[in-house]
Ligand binder design. Structure first.
Ligand SMILES: Nc1ncnc2c1ncn2[C@@H]1O[C@H](COP(=O)(O)OP(=O)(O)OP(=O)(O)O)[C@@H](O)[C@H]1O
Ligand SMILES: [Mg+2]
Length: 487
């Protein structure tokens, strides 16, 4: 069963049996390579064997010749000549000195010679060529072979048929062949066993573990237990196990997130209904004549409206991704003022919220989203300031400046500064929070919204104690057509 895109489904990849797998292929290759090595050894060794064989003949003949040479009678009787030739396996024996030569023995019918070889002067290559010549075409030739007698200045020369030589060479070749097969099988078996132990078995174990793990990656029992040892496979096993652990962690986080997502959707769903009733009631507050109510009612109504539209957005979107920003130029100062009102800073807390933003400064942004960004950051600042010891200065300062087409907003507080642990996972959802009751979403949401505007948000290092965030928001690029139309 293969999936539509052609990739086989997990668990489909079958490993071959011992012999059709890697080890079998290794076995065959080893046999082939050892045989090849044996052939390479065979070529010079058969040439060597031929030379040795011829040298033996020459030496035997030389021994006989030297003895005969010492006899006073110059010519051996016929029967003695025949016996000498038979014993040395030759057809003629001649002993040469510098000045003279002596025919020691010769057959009745002096043979005609097909080839001659000087054993004192044999280059390796020609020895090899001669050997193969004998093996391939020899057997019916008569050859003349000569060479020096030990260290003397005598030269011995024999004439012989190459039939016996060829037979000996064939026996030698056959022996080498069987020996090669034996050696290669033995070597291959050794290599097969050791490779099987060292490589194939751990690889198989790892492959089986991967298949097992893929079937149920969440089961902690299926994580590979890496083998001890320091070789490459043990390292690969350790890496695999680490990867599986990391994958399990991620899976668990994903599952938690999915559960959380569902929970958030449910809460959000019912919260919207509750807020809708609150909205109905707060609308009526506008009609009440009480001056205090008149002062707070619009803020209350705005807050509830905001909450309702936000819950609607989240639900209509179905997932926790933010909708695209609806950008337009909005004055920034009132928006920050809204944030300040929404934070509901108690006068008793001694926290000062100051805004240094030009009244005319406009920013090209989605008002609701920018509100949430600044609100999240300012709320963090206020929460941090609330924990400051009595007597410490507590101030949140929001500044903004336009430079060309970029508005930068700085939010600065005199709090304790960003804790090191929070810094490590700054802007990462669910990870950044180090305070009790925090979900660690505030900064993550802020960053997502700022990025959707094509802007950046960053923690700024500063000398004085406290925390400073800087948001930079660029205006949308103006399409030239729109600009010309406006002009
Ligand atoms: N101005 C600040 N001063 C000191 N610490 C801060 C400041 N702003 C953020 N932090 C630290 O960064 C952490 C992460 O902030 P973030 O807003 O992402 O999450 P949270 O405030 O813990 O939870 P949430 O905002 O989701 O309710 C906070 O827990 C806090 O420790
Ligand atoms: Mg927060």
């Amino acid at each position: 069963m293969a999936e539509k895109d052609g990739t086989p489904a997990l668990g489909d990849v079958e490993m071959g049996g011992r012999l059709s797998g890697l080890s079998g292929r290794l076995l065959v290759l080893t046999v082939l390579f050892v045989m090849l090595a044996e052939v390479l050894i065979f070529v010079p060794s058969v040439a060597n064997m031929r030379l040795r064989w011829l040298n033996d003949r020459l030496n035997t003949a030389a021994a006989a010749a030297v003895v005969v040479d010492g006899l006073p009678d110059r010519v051996l009787p016929r029967p003695l000549q025949d016996e000498t030739l038979m014993a040395t396996g030759t057809k003629a024996i001649v002993l040469r000195r510098k000045d003279a030569s002596r025919m020691i023995a010769v057959a009745d019918m002096p043979p005609s010679v097909d080839a001659k070889f000087d054993l004192s002067d044999m280059a390796p290559l020609s020895a090899i060529r001669d050997a193969f010549d004998t093996l391939a075409f020899g057997g019916d030739d008569v050859i003349r072979v000569y060479g020096p007698v030990a260290d003397s200045d005598l030269t011995i020369e024999v004439v012989l048929e190459d039939k016996a030589l060829r037979r000996a060479m064939l026996v030698y070749a056959r022996n080498v062949f069987f020996l090669s097969i034996g050696i290669s099988l033995f070597t291959a078996a050794l290599i097969f066993l050791s490779i099987n132990r060292m490589l194939i078995r751990p690889i198989r174990r790892m492959t089986e573990n991967m298949r097992d793990f893929a079937a149920d990656p969440s089961d902690p029992k299926r994580v590979l237990v890496p083998s001890s040892g320091r070789d490459e496979l043990a390292a690969a096993g350790t890496h695999l196990a680490q990867m599986q652990h990391a994958l399990q962690r991620t899976l668990k986080e994903q599952k938690n997130l999915a559960d959380l997502g569902l929970a958030v959707s449910k809460i959000n769903h019912d919260m919207r209904n509750i807020l809708s009733s609150a909205q109905l009631m707060s609308d009526r507050l506008a009609d009440v004549d009480d001056p205090v109510v008149k002062r707070f009612a619009p803020k209350l109504v705005r807050s509830i409206d905001r909450a309702v539209s936000y819950t609607k957005d989240v639900l209509s979107y179905g997932r926790m991704r933010e909708p695209e920003p609806h950008r337009r130029f909005i004055p920034l100062r009132p928006l920050i003022q809204d944030v300040s009102d929404m934070l509901g800073i108690e006068p008793r807390s001694g926290i000062e919220f100051s805004i240094q933003v030009d009244h005319r400064l406009e920013v090209d942004a989605d008002g609701e989203q920018l509100f949430r960004v600044i609100h999240n950051i300012c709320r963090n600042a206020v929460e941090a300031l609330a924990l400051q010891p009595a007597g410490a200065r507590r101030r949140v300062l929001v500044q903004a400046l336009r430079t060309g087409s970029v508005v930068s907003i700085t939010i600065d507080d005199t709090g304790p500064g960003m804790p090191a642990k929070a810094r490590e996972n700054l802007f990462t959802a669910f990870r950044g929070s180090v305070r009790a009751g925090g979900t660690g979403l505030g900064l993550a949401i802020a960053r997502e919204l700022v990025h959707a505007h094509g802007g950046t948000i960053a923690l700024v290092e500063k000398a004085a104690p406290g925390t400073q965030f800087r948001i930079e928001l660029p205006d949308r690029p103006v399409p030239l057509d729109a600009f010309r139309n406006r002009a």
